[in-house]
Design a protein around this ligand. Structure first.
Ligand SMILES: *Cc1c(COP(=O)(O)O)cnc(C)c1O
Length: 424
C-alpha cells in the first residue's frame, strides 16, 4: 500500500497518523455496516414488493402518461420510507426546489410556517421570504415564525408552545445541521418534537428537510410522524448514480398537492417524462445504503484523524451519526485551503484544479469548495467546502466508496503537512 500511496505523494508519517486513527474505529464501523445492512434490506424489500422489472427502466418522453417505471419508483420510495405516497422526479432540480415545492404546495395566504428548531437552511430564507425575494412565500401572504434552540442545543418547548397559533399550518424541521454549528438531530429527537407539536394541534403539517440524512439511521423521520420528508437525489438517496432530481415522501394529501404544484393543478402526478434515467434512479436508490455508509465512514475517519491532532470536530468521532456531514474547525484560512486542496487532489474528475475562496450568492464571506464529481455539484461524492471566516471550519462530506473517502482524508492531511500547517 505504501507504494501506491507514494504515487499520491503521501508521506509515511501522514499514513501512520491516519492508520493509527483508523485502528480506533473498529466498533464504530461495525455499527455503520449494521445500519447499511438493515437499510439494504429495507430498499430491497420495497423493490420486491413492487415487483420492479426490466420494463420499469424504459424511457418516456413528452407528457409522460402511463409511465409505469416512474410510478413504480414512487411506490418504492413510499414503501421504503413508510409513507402513503411519494413524488420522485428529475423535474425537481435540487433539494431547495423540492423543499420549495413542498412548502408552497401546502401553504395558503394567511397561513404561518413555523421553524421550531432554529433558522432553516440558507437557501430557504429566500423561499420563505426571511430575506426578501421575488416569488417568496411572504409575497403570497404566508407569514413566518422561528423558535431558536436552547443554549444547550435542545428544543425550546415552552417557546414552541407560545409560538403556535391559529394560523400555524406547517412546521419545518431540518435534520442535518447544514452550515450551522448546532448538532444534527436524530430521528428519535425529531419524533419527540413532532409528537409535541401534534399534541398541541394534530393538524399542523410536520415537514422534515431530510437532506444528507437518508439511510444514516435505521429509521427515517417519516416513521416517527413526519407528514412529509424532502430531499435531493444528488445526495444520499441517488446513490451517486442519479444525474438529477428530488423527492417528497409523505401523506397522500400532502404529496398530491406537491404534484399539483410541481406540474399544474389538474395534472399532478400523471405527467412528467423520465428522459431515460430510470435505471440510474432505481440502481442509485439500491446502492444508497452502502454509499451512505461509505460517506459516514469517511466522516468518522476525518473526525478521528483531526481530533487526534487537537482540532475541534463536530460531531466527535464517537458520537452517533444522523447525517453525512463532518465539520473540522481548522482555525485559519491557510489550513482550510490546504484541506480542500487535498480533497480536490483525491478526486476522479478535475483533480488538477486548485480550489480557492470566491464570493457566492447568499454568503457574506468568500466560500471555498473542493469537489471533482461525476455529477455536477453532487455532494454524496467526496467534497469539502466552507465559508472563509471565523472559526475557519470546513464541512466535509460524501465519498462513493470508503477507500476513496479514506484517500481524500489522508490527502487533506498530507497537504496540511506539506505546508507546515500541522505537526505530526
Ligand atoms: C443540500 C441541502 C439543501 C438543499 O440544497 P440544494 O443545494 O438546493 O440541493 C437543503 N437543506 C439541507 C440541510 C441541505 O443539506
Amino acid at each position: 500500500m505504501q507504494d501506491m500511496y507514494s504515487v499520491f505523494g503521501i508521506d509515511s508519517r501522514v499514513r501512520a497518523v491516519c492508520e493509527d486513527a483508523l485502528s480506533d474505529l473498529r466498533e464504530t464501523f461495525k455499527t455503520i455496516d449494521e445500519t447499511a445492512e438493515y437499510n439494504q434490506c429495507k430498499v430491497l424489500s420495497a423493490m420486491q414488493k413492487n415487483r420492479v422489472a426490466a420494463t420499469h427502466f424504459a424511457a418516456s418522453s413528452g407528457y409522460g402518461y402511463d409511465d409505469f417505471g416512474r410510478d413504480t419508483l414512487e411506490r418504492v420510495y413510499a414503501d421504503c420510507f413508510h409513507t402513503e405516497a411519494a413524488l420522485v422526479r428529475p423535474q425537481i432540480t435540487c433539494g431547495t426546489h423540492a423543499l420549495a415545492v413542498a412548502l408552497s404546495a401546502n401553504l395558503l395566504p394567511g397561513d404561518e410556517v413555523l421553524c421550531p428548531a432554529g433558522k432553516p437552511y440558507d437557501t430557504l430564507e429566500e423561499v420563505i421570504g426571511i430575506r426578501p425575494s421575488p416569488c417568496s412565500l411572504a409575497e403570497y401572504g404566508v407569514t413566518y415564525r422561528q423558535v431558536d434552540l436552547l443554549p444547550d442545543g435542545g428544543f425550546d418547548y415552552d417557546a414552541i408552545r407560545k409560538a403556535i397559533n391559529k394560523n400555524t399550518k406547517l412546521a419545518e424541521i431540518q435534520r442535518s445541521k447544514g452550515y450551522d454549528t448546532r448538532p444534527s438531530f436524530s430521528v428519535a429527537e425529531i419524533g419527540e418534537l413532532i409528537a409535541f407539536i401534534k399534541g398541541i394541534n394534530p393538524d399542523i403539517i410536520c415537514m422534515v428537510d431530510n437532506c444528507y440524512g437518508e439511510f444514516t439511521e435505521k429509521m427515517e423521520p417519516s416513521e416517527v410522524g413526519a407528514d412529509m420528508i424532502v430531499g435531493s437525489l444528488i445526495k444520499n438517496p441517488g446513490g451517486g448514480l442519479a444525474p438529477s432530481g428530488g423527492y417528497i415522501a409523505g401523506t397522500k394529501q400532502c404529496v398530491e398537492r406537491c404534484a399539483y404544484r410541481l406540474s399544474a393543478p389538474g395534472l399532478g402526478q400523471e405527467v412528467g417524462a423520465n428522459f431515460g434515467i430510470m435505471t440510474a434512479l432505481y440502481q442509485g436508490f439500491f446502492l444508497s445504503p452502502t454509499v451512505t455508509a461509505a460517506a459516514v465512514k469517511g466522516a468518522v475517519f476525518a473526525a478521528r484523524v483531526y481530533e487526534k491532532l487537537g482540532f475541534a470536530v463536530i460531531p466527535r468521532s464517537d458520537e452517533p451519526r444522523h447525517d453525512i456531514i463532518q465539520s473540522v474547525v481548522l482555525g485559519s484560512e491557510e489550513r482550510m485551503l490546504a484541506f480542500c486542496h487535498g480533497i480536490q487532489a483525491a478526486a476522479p474528475v478535475d483533480s488538477f484544479a486548485t480550489p480557492i475562496g470566491a464570493p457566492m450568492p447568499g454568503y457574506d464571506s468568500p466560500v471555498v469548495m473542493a469537489a471533482g464529481a461525476f455529477v455536477q455539484g453532487s455532494s454524496i461524492e467526496l467534497s469539502a467546502d466552507g465559508p472563509i471566516r471565523e472559526p475557519y471550519a470546513v464541512y466535509y462530506q460524501g465519498g462513493l466508496t470508503w477507500p476513496h473517502a479514506k484517500l481524500g482524508v489522508i490527502l487533506s492531511l498530507q497537504k496540511l503537512f506539506e505546508k507546515g500547517l500541522v505537526n505530526l
